[in-house]
Design a protein around this ligand. Sequence first.
Ligand code: DGL
Length: 284
Amino acid sequence: MPENRLILTFDSGLGGLTVYRELALLLPQTRRIYLADDAAFPYGRLSEDVVVARVMDVLGAAFRIVEPDVVVIACNTASTAVLPHLRELYPRIDFVGTVPAVKPAAEQSRGGLITVLGTSGTVRRDYTHGLIRDHAAHCDVTLVGSETLASLAEQYAHEPDDKGDAFDDALIAELAPCFIEQNGRRTDHIVLACTHYPLLRERLEKLAGTRIGWPVSFVDPAPAIARRVEYVLGLRRSEAHDRCGPEAPQVWTSSGKVDDLSRRLFASYGLEFSPEFSFPFEQD
Ligand code: DGL
């Protein structure tokens, strides 16, 4: 694979880092930009139409600066709404989405009781309901939409060590509805259908084993997404283009700014903030 392949990873905030980490591990020779639409975070509270328009606008602005080979939409809330629009408008770019991992959870579940935990936007989407119809018809699927878990995950990613009981109580309130007992069966798989949630994974696993429910398997599709990107890049014809992006991995934010906590977090993923991009969010 040529060295100058550019992968742009996109999310509303810090959640896409859980996908970015796998990409950087699997494809260290690529050029990489991480783009966070922090000005519009969180997407979960926005209507589907607003998410589609916003993602199209932000990525359109990014594509005026660089021409990626692959764009990873590392956000379920966006992927379940915007992928067909992006593919139609930008046929030269490959888009890899992140959608709820219903299929592997349904295949791996022994008792047939699984939960999909996502933003309220993601659990409302027709796309998500279609995945359940197509891949989990033999299971009982509980959908749990959270308004706050993505923001809690950002707080935790910034400062994991200063989180005490009140923080755990807030997590428990979001997670408790995921645990179902029915006719002697219990939920055995919880799909983390928001890329922010694996940032909390250790904490969620601990709480599931102690203060809520029982131990379950949390399903995170990030490693599978990285393998998909590797496959897609391998299929692309080698094309020389001059907007192939920075040599060292960069992070762009739509606010055009980054605070110290985020700067440090990005640095721990090998990403350096560049102020060359900004795209404000104006809501009526
Ligand atoms: N990381 C996102 C997802 O996978 C969205 C979180 C948000 O912006 O509400 O759904």
